[in-house]
Design a protein around this ligand. Sequence first.
Ligand SMILES: [Ca+2]
Ligand SMILES: [Ca+2]
Length: 255
Amino acid sequence: MSRGSMFYCFVGVVGAAFALLAGGVGEARAGGEVHEDRKLTASDAGAGDDFGVSVSVSGETAAVGATHDEPGSRGSAYVFWLGLTPTESYPPRDSIDARQPSDLACTELFGWDSIYIIFDGDAVGVRAWDFTVTVDPADMSPPGILNLVSSGNTARLKFDMRIPLSHWTIITHDASGFTTRIGALPADVNGDRRSGRLDILDLIDFLNDVRPELEIWQTDIDRNGEADPADILTEIDLFNGAGCFDQWNGTTLPE
Ligand SMILES: [Ca+2]
Ligand SMILES: [Ca+2]
């Protein structure tokens, strides 16, 4: 079935929901008052697309038709998630934990075992099964979500393990498609997905206030709570594989 014919089948099932989203814009009627909850726009809007000519709502998902989205009058249907949507995470997307992954004797493991997801509204109804966790490279099982605790507009996802070294851990909010990822690559001070000797220079620059923008998880290599010259020695230990450390010089994370 062509994309255009799929659209016209879609048009046939819309109807009552059109009144809820008049003209394709989130203009909801509640208690006799009309207010705009949110405005829906096409990601590739163009003049004459007729976006909003039809709307279908099911649960917290809306499909909006555009009869002339493409040349030759091919129509399209855009699908929108109307529910609570994540806006950011903490640590932020693409953060890399450069700190030592254990103590020198390997008796205690360190690293992130949770992430905070910030929503555009009260996160009280958010559940652990709203999310999918994967890893990149996909050569091992990803962490599971042990539990989820929400407070205000923030949900904290607690994993059942620390995020794996040399991998991205990718967290996806299935309904909205929001995704974020955090990584663990010891010694990668500058966050360029590679642990190399340039990271020592960037750590020195940070300590000299030349690169003040670096985060604590990029600079407090020995995990004592602050970045100081001792972290340079620990950085070198990570490169050389001191104690029980693996050698991290030259190791990378995927794009
Ligand atoms: Ca680096
Ligand atoms: Ca330190």
